[in-house]
Design a protein around this ligand. Structure first.
Ligand SMILES: [Zn+2]
Length: 494
């Protein structure tokens, strides 16, 4: 297939404020009580005057700075006119020609084997208010359509990427990295089920000709994708559809206007929607009710100080500080900020990052998945896990015994397990590493005496025979170090 895929994403993120962008109404997700969180301002009733929510503006700045954008000193508000039942005032307050941030980038990893990275350009990130929500009875039983205006006026930041993405997988990775970043810097919960993160994808192909030139196929905007899987599948479908359309019609970008399509997740296809208005149809004009916003260097500095370490920086720091592989660092960071904090707490107090990483990316992660828990709900707190790991490091128990302690704490503690319980379990289960070689020696001698055949097999060259004997010794002394047992057995039989 001789074409290049061209994708740009427009991502809408709901900012985490208590009140709306231009009024004091609550932004709580509340579909059970529709139309209870509205006022004349967010409904645009005559005479009502909007007032900018400073916190929303600052979260917008934080977002812009986190994606490496410039924050211009002057920004203004525009009315975007369109009529739709979920927008009672018939215009949306947005930003048109002077957005509050622009010219940024976000780096993503495009190859998990080579760890190759790529910077995706960001054209702009601007603030705007959300519209309400329509729901239509699609049962065919003639129920009414409903309109819930609770969401009207909720602050959104719209992040528009350059068309730098080259595959459905890259688009998904970009969206995942963006979501991770926005939750790390604490500007949004990015809850996709509740619509806090939504995405439109612009997709077309550049079909390469034998002459060396390439012809762009018509651009399609796929609207309102609200899951990572949806983004990937919808783009994948659209690539195939456009390639087929090109082969059948040969129509290019110049001959067909931009088309808007929706993703039908149940049928796995994109469907044509109403024609896309371009900027002229929206009749943008500056909002006369809202003063423009001036941003000073001091404002930028103040917000920069509030910006925490970003996921990409933290991955690099974990690799460096704890000597982790880039794979392990990515696994830890990609689980979210609480998980990364948990890891660092254990790594710091146990003074062994590699060991902490092994346990946390394997044992802890497995238990979280099986129990369907978030790390904040995990019963074993960092100090307790660290205490277990320190016992291994001090050669008091083996790694296998540590796993038994870990399981015991998880399964048999009614309250949150405490570090003091560890020693009790070690004693109760006889897991203490046997340092008394005399005791171990006696048991090994007894096992050798009982197993004349295995000993003879070993002596005639069958190395595997030693395995069964190790098992027998370990049953007698649980806390023994299998490596040491193996060595002592071999010495005894040789
Ligand atoms: Zn309101």
């Amino acid at each position: 297939m001789d074409y290049t895929v061209i994708i740009g994403l427009e991502v809408h993120v709901q900012l985490q404020t208590n009140t709306k962008l231009f009024c004091g109404c609550s932004t709580k997700f509340n579909p059970d009580e529709p139309n209870t969180q509205t006022c004349p301002v967010c409904l645009g009733l005559p005479g009502a005057l909007p007032v900018l929510n400073r916190e929303a503006f600052e979260l917008g700045m934080k977002t812009g700075l986190a994606i490496n954008c410039e924050i211009p000193s002057f920004t203004k508000w525009d009315r975007k006119q369109y009529y739709y039942p979920d927008l009672p005032k018939a215009y949306q307050i947005s930003q048109y020609d002077l957005p509050m941030s622009q010219n940024g980038w976000l780096e993503i990893e495009i190859n998990s084997e080579t760890r190759e990275k790529k910077k995706i350009g960001i054209i702009r990130a601007h603030l705007e208010e959300d519209a309400g929500k329509n729901s239509h009875d699609e049962s065919g039983r003639g129920q009414d359509s409903k309109v819930d205006l609770n969401r009207c006026g909720t602050p959104l930041v719209e992040i528009v990427s350059e068309p730098d993405l080259r595959s459905a997988q890259e688009a998904r990775t970009y969206l995942e990295e963006l979501k991770l970043l926005l939750t790390y810097i604490d500007v949004s919960d990015c809850n996709m089920q509740e619509g806090s993160l939504r995405c439109d994808a612009n997709v077309n192909l550049h079909v390469h000709q034998e002459t060396g030139e390439s012809i762009p196929t018509p651009i399609v905007e796929i609207k309102n994708l609200n899951s990572f899987r949806g983004v990937e599948q919808a783009i994948e479908y659209e690539i195939q559809r456009q390639w087929k359309a090109w082969q059948e019609t040969g129509l290019s970008l110049k001959e067909v206007p931009k088309e808007t399509r929706g993703w039908d997740a149940d049928r796995g296809i994109t469907l044509e929607q109403r024609g896309k208005e371009d900027a002229a149809d929206y009749r943008y004009f500056p909002d006369p009710d809202l003063a423009p916003v001036k941003v000073t260097d001091a404002d930028r500095e103040r917000i920069l100080e509030k910006l925490c370490e970003r996921p990409a920086e933290r991955r690099a720091r974990l690799e460096e500080r704890y000597q982790l592989s880039s794979y392990d660092a990515a696994v830890i960071i990609d689980q979210g900020i609480d998980f990364a904090d948990y890891f660092e707490a254990v790594a710091e107090s146990s003074q062994n990052g590699k060991q902490a990483s092994n346990w946390i990316t394997q044992d802890v992660l497995r238990e979280l998945k099986e129990r369907e828990l978030e790390i904040a709900e995990f019963p074993i707190k960092p100090d307790v896990l660290s205490a277990i790991l320190q016992k291994v490091k001090a050669n008091e128990i083996t790694n296998n015994s540590a796993r038994i302690v870990f399981q015991e704490l998880l399964n048999n503690s009614k309250d949150a397990p405490r570090a003091e319980q560890i020693q009790h379990i070690v004693e109760e289960k006889g897991l203490g590493l046997v340092s008394d070689t005399g005791e171990l020696d006696a048991i090994i001698q007894a096992v050798v005496d009982k197993n004349a055949k295995a000993v003879a097999d070993f002596q005639s060259g069958k190395q595997a025979a030693v395995g069964a004997l190790i098992g027998q010794v370990m049953r007698e002394i649980k806390g023994a170090d299998p490596k040491m047992v193996r060595q002592l057995l071999i010495e005894k039989m040789s």
